[in-house]
Structure formats: structure tokens, C-alpha cells
Ligand binder design. Structure first.
Ligand code: GLY
Length: 423
């Protein structure tokens, strides 16, 4: 990262509603392309730092977070070889309680943060051995996780299947409701003065070798001192950005189900419960409002967001092995979304390969978890031109030479390979 970048000329921001023919103009210090949780937290924090900020998105508050379960599973999802990312995940998890309190104070909205902890169990000897290895890895890093016998797992969660062979209890891995989080961030951003352009970006505008804003589908020409690509996996294919400056992100499909625990039903699960079932992974996230989220597939199928019979079948089959009682519950929603995958599974943050253009994407499985810290990092980058020291391993520029993947890619023979890389 170099010196701070100049801000845009100080013209007043224009109206957001502009018919295609009127060619309305608007000018800001910062234009954020994408109004998911990452774009909104970036805009909110930038506005709090005094930057005149706008967000362009036809459906702000949408995006991958509308599909996500909202696990804040920094320890549970820790991976061999990803210790640097683990540090960022842990730092963001630590910020969550204050972040949520600030957001609720600013908006009056509850975001469903639940300090419930997580239990990951194994149903056969192979999965148990795998979890044992993970526990040893977590212990070697000083992470707080506790090994439990199958009996102790069932004492904690009596609805677990009798065959549970052991598990890992992580009391510090909590959850938030990503839909409520997105709604609250949208409100907070508006209250902080962020202007919402409810339109897609037709193209990022380049002038004199730097990004200078964007032309929107509704005809509005937005000029901005800095343009931030925060459009999830779409960030890798935004028109107008030279190919070499596009972040190398790809869509990673996740199918997820929502069930409902009827009012008056006996207590179901008291914490997030996950499992390794025949090498695949499944999680159940119980909300205080009775929603039970069951996820998720992880599929490299390009931009496809079809909910498939195979994906739903495998999720229900494996969740049923884990908690047989789930088949009694009403199934209220099936949905697929696209995680923004990056070459090293870590986010791309800050300045990329084009002056005036910053990036906040590539959060892959950790977008909701990394929301608080991403807002802080991006605000710092926008105000000072520098990433904070702890965020430099995640500089977008680390992939300056990596080509953007081309989709669609061929479908794998299996219907839905789930979360091969975790736990
Ligand atoms: N972090 C959970 C998922 O991506 O499915």
C-alpha cells in the first residue's frame, strides 16, 4: 500500500432515482460496489470516518449472507496450513460482541447474536480419528476446545443419535443471524449518511489509468475518489475493470435448508451441532426464534444456483443420521448461494492493481465471521491508504498476477461434495 489516495471533488451527492435517459450525476469520496454485509460494513465504517460514501446494489442487504447460516466458527473451522487466516478469524470473533452492541445501539435492531457455542461430533471410527487429529491441532495452537466422549456429547445434546462416538466442544464459537445482520447494517449505513443507489453497476469507469467511479444501470454516472469492489464472487467479473485488475474470486455454491421448530415443541438443540458423516460435513444452527438452519453443500459449479434434489437429499440424510428427530420438523426453505472463493481461501482486501480501485471480497466460508474486522480494515485503508499491519497478509495485491478463473467449469460426477476442507 502506498500513500493515501485523493478524494473526489466535493460536490453534493445527487438523488438516487434517475431514469436511464436523464444521465443523473453523483459524486462521492467512496463508491462501494455491492451491498451485501461486506459492502455495507465497509460503507458504514467509511461514513463514520467522515467519507462521503455511496453503495450501488439493486438489492442492498441481499447477497451471500441471505443464504448463510451465520456460524462464527473460528476455532471449529480452523484448518491445517491456514494459521494466518485463523488469527484474522479469531480477531473478528473477538470483536463480535462490541460490534453487535454498537450496531444495535445505532439502529435499535437485534441481529440474533447468540453466544451458544458449537459441538462437532463423529459418527464412526474414521471420523472420530479425524476429529481427534483436529483436536490435537487446536490444542497445539492453544485454542479452547474440549474432547468429549459420545456419552458426554449426548448429555449436552440429548437429541443426538445414539451412535455418536465422540466430539469437540468449542464454547467460544457462536452464531449471528446473517439476514438480520444485513438489515441492521443497511439501516446503520443509511443513518450514517451513506447514499444507496438501488441499481447494478453497468461498468466501472476508468480515466487516466485510475478508477473514477461507475456508470449504473439506471443511467446515473457516479464519480468517486475510490471505488471498492465488494460484490462477492461477482467482484471478479465487473465490467470496465481491466482483466489484470479483477480480483481472482470464484463462486463456490452452497445449498442450505431452513426448518422450523414449532412453538411449544420440546427443546431441540441448545448450540450449533456439526458432524462429519462418511467424510462429509453437515451443520445444524438453532436460532432463538425457532429457525433451524441446516447446511451446507460446497460445490464448484460456476454461477449455478439451482437447488438440487441430490443436494437436499444428502443434507437431510446426513443431518438425520446426526439428529434423527429433524425429519419431524417443517421444511420451510431451500436455497443456494455463492460464496466468494479465493485461491488461498482468505479475503482480498485493500488496494489492488489499479489506482483508485480497492477490493473487499474473497471471504469464502468466513464472510459473516469476518464482517466486523473487514469494516475496520477497509475504513483504515480508505482513510490512510494503508492496510493495518495485521491485515497485510490479506492485501488484494498478493494475487496481482493470478488470472481470474473462467466459468462454467465441468460438474463433478457426485451430486454435491460437501465441505471437504473443514473439520
Ligand atoms: N462457513 C460455513 C459455510 O460456508 O458453509
Amino acid at each position: 500500500m502506498g500513500t493515501p489516495e485523493p478524494t473526489a471533488p466535493s460536490e453534493p451527492a445527487a438523488s438516487t432515482a434517475a431514469p436511464q435517459s436523464s444521465r443523473a450525476a453523483a459524486s462521492y469520496d467512496v463508491l462501494v460496489v455491492g451491498g451485501g454485509v461486506i459492502g455495507l460494513v465497509t460503507a458504514w465504517r467509511a461514513a463514520q470516518r467522515g467519507l462521503r460514501t455511496a453503495v450501488a446494489d439493486p438489492d442492498p442487504g441481499g447477497g451471500a449472507a441471505r443464504v448463510a447460516a451465520g456460524m462464527l466458527a473460528a476455532v471449529t473451522e480452523s484448518q491445517y496450513g491456514e494459521q494466518t487466516l485463523l488469527d484474522l478469524n479469531l480477531a473478528s470473533a473477538r470483536r463480535y460482541p462490541d460490534f453487535v452492541a454498537e450496531l444495535t445501539e445505532a439502529t435499535g435492531l437485534d441481529v440474533g447474536f447468540r453466544a451458544c457455542g458449537t459441538l462437532t461430533v463423529a459418527l464412526d471410527a474414521d471420523d472420530r480419528a479425524h476429529l481427534r487429529d483436529l483436536h490435537a491441532f487446536q490444542t497445539s495452537l492453544g485454542l479452547p476446545s474440549e474432547w468429549l466422549s459420545g456419552r458426554d456429547c449426548r448429555r449436552l445434546e440429548p437429541l443426538l443419535a445414539p451412535g455418536v462416538r465422540g466430539g469437540l466442544r468449542v464454547d467460544g464459537d457462536h452464531q449471528v443471524d446473517p439476514r438480520r445482520l444485513a438489515t441492521a447494517l443497511l439501516r446503520a449505513a443509511e443513518l450514517a449518511g451513506v447514499v444507496l443507489h438501488r441499481s447494478a453497476v453497468a461498468r466501472v469507469e476508468i480515466s487516466g489509468g485510475r478508477a473514477v467511479g461507475a456508470l449504473l444501470d439506471d443511467g446515473t454516472a457516479v464519480t468517486a475518489g475510490r471505488t471498492v469492489l465488494a460484490a462477492g464472487s461477482d467482484s471478479g467479473r465487473i465490467a470496465g475493470v481491466p482483466e489484470a485488475a479483477l480480483p481472482p474470486v470464484r463462486p463456490v455454491k452452497g445449498q442450505i435448508l431452513r426448518l422450523r421448530i414449532p412453538p411449544g415443541h420440546a427443546p431441540f438443540l441448545s448450540r450449533t451441532v456439526r458432524a462429519v458423516v462418511r467424510g462429509s460435513h453437515v451443520y445444524l444452527v438453532p436460532r432463538e426464534n425457532g429457525e433451524l438452519v441446516l447446511g451446507a453443500t460446497s460445490e464448484e459449479l460456476g454461477w449455478d444456483t439451482t437447488v438440487t434434489a441430490g443436494g437436499v437429499y444428502e443434507l437431510l440424510r446426513d443431518a438425520h443420521e446426526l439428529v434423527p428427530g429433524i425429519t419431524e420438523l417443517p421444511l420451510t426453505e431451500t436455497l443456494a448461494g455463492l460464496r466468494p472463493g479465493s485461491p488461498d481461501n482468505a479475503p482480498l482486501l485493500g488496494r489492488g492493481a489499479l489506482d483508485g480501485l480497492l477490493v473487499a471480497t474473497g471471504h469464502h466460508r468466513n464472510g459473516v465471521l469476518l464482517t466486523p474486522i473487514t469494516g475496520d480494515i477497509m475504513a483504515e485503508a480508505l482513510v490512510t491508504g494503508e492496510l493495518p499491519a495485521y491485515a497485510r497478509p490479506f492485501a488484494a495485491s498478493r494475487f496481482a498476477a493470478v488470472p481470474v478463473p473462467v466459468f462454467p467449469v465441468p460438474a463433478p460426477p457426485a451430486a454435491a461434495a460437501r465441505e471437504e476442507q473443514t473439520v
